[in-house]
Design a protein around this ligand. Structure first.
Ligand SMILES: [Zn+2]
Length: 381
């Protein structure tokens, strides 16, 4: 089974990676895991189908700039100069994502897991935006004048014979299965409307749903599968926080398998990037170079986030930095092929215990600076 790690598409909000490094955890984690498996760089995935994005585009001097280009420019600005990703970027409205989405919708319609049916949904009388239930102003235009509108929609029927999330949907060894998430993710209506009113998204008019786009929670899954298809992977593993997985899992139920490829979630926690300055005394004690500090923050911490359910606390940072430095100092001159292969096997199996094992980590660090040895023995002497 060929695994490929891809980041859960990041919402293209108002931030840069320099100011909000926490936004890059999923991207960095996927890159670190792919590198251990010897896989080439993958595209960074972005979620651009948002109401906030619609409003930002409407307000900008240019609705004159086409939306696709507008989003791409905003994404490019998030990377420090000269650090645009080697594997490029892919957004949830790229042509290859849209093509795959329409294919998957078609298959699901044939299988009866999706239907197109007449639905009555609360909508804004002023602008037509689907407002959802409850009495609150329209999120798109602020009008309080809502009405029930009846029209065709794309609807998912959740499977009755299996849960929204089961063990096979999570990339983790049996011991690390997130039971809480499996329970909460299933806590949704039996029918979900997958068509939305947005300025920007995967256009559903080929299915007769004029003016509607695919729900971005579905699109996020299709984006990951489209990137995996480009790399011919059997299993696309999406790095994602438990919160985010809880938010999208039900919408993705019929969009986690296509053409022999399947999608799994690898869950990671949040990292205390706002508190890394507290490591200053340890940096001095270990005479840590800039490269070592950066590698700890952008490589090791994202890997460690796989071990935490919700968040790494700031108080854990000193112990983690010491562990990292001990492994750094214990790096073998030559990579131990057997130890490194054991880590590769663990990564493929969703086992994360090697990250806190000094020898395992030391061998992975050594492999980062040397060619990866073959199973037959060290590649060079
Ligand atoms: Zn409105």
């Amino acid at each position: 089974m060929r695994h490929l790690f891809l980041n859960g598409p990041v919402q293209n909000g108002p931030f840069t990676f320099a100011t909000r490094p926490g936004k890059a955890v999923g991207i960095r984690l996927a890159a670190a895991l792919n590198a251990i498996l010897g896989l080439p760089p993958t595209p960074h995935l972005w979620n651009t189908v948002t109401l906030a994005g619609d409003l930002r585009h409407r307000e900008a001097d240019g609705p004159t700039i086409p939306r696709q280009r507008f989003e791409a420019d905003l994404i490019t600005d998030k990377y420090p100069p000269g650090q645009f990703p080697v594997g490029g970027i892919m957004t949830d409205t790229d042509a290859e994502v849209a093509r795959l989405a329409l294919e998957m919708i078609e298959n699901n319609l044939c299988a009866g897991t999706l239907t197109i049916s007449r639905e009555t949904v609360p909508s804004c009388r002023a602008c037509g935006h689907m407002t959802g239930t409850g009495s609150h102003p329209c999120n798109a235009c602020g009008s309080t004048d809502t009405e029930d509108r009846t029209g065709l929609h794309l609807v998912a029927e959740l499977a009755k014979d299996r849960p929204v999330l089961d063990r096979s949907d999570i990339h983790a060894s049996h011991r690390q299965q997130p039971r809480h998430l499996q329970n909460t993710a299933g806590n949704v209506a039996e029918r979900l409307i997958l068509s939305r009113t947005r300025d920007h998204g995967i256009d559903l008019s080929p299915h007769g749903l004029d003016g509607l786009v695919l729900d971005p929670r579905v699109g996020i899954h299709v984006t990951v599968l489209a990137a995996a298809r480009r790399h011919e992977a059997d299993t696309a593993v999406m790095t994602i926080t438990e919160n985010a997985a809880n938010h999208i899992a039900a919408h993705g139920q019929h969009f986690r398998e296509h053409g022999g490829a399947r999608l799994q979630y690898a869950l990671h926690g949040y990292l205390p990037y706002d508190h890394t300055a507290s490591l200053q005394p340890l940096h001095e004690a270990y005479r840590a170079t800039q490269a070592i500090k950066e590698s700890f923050e952008t490589w090791f911490l994202p890997l460690f986030s796989l071990r935490t359910k919700t968040a790494t606390s700031p108080e854990q940072l000193p112990a983690l930095f010491k562990h990292y430095m001990r492994a750094h100092l214990a790096q073998p001159a030559e990579v131990n092929a057997a130890a490194f292969n054991a880590v590769q096997h663990a990564v493929g199996a969703g086992n994360v215990s090697w990250i806190t094992n000094k020898q395992g980590l030391a061998n992975v660090m050594a492999a980062r600076r040397a060619p990866i040895p073959s199973a037959a023995g060290p590649a060079h002497g």
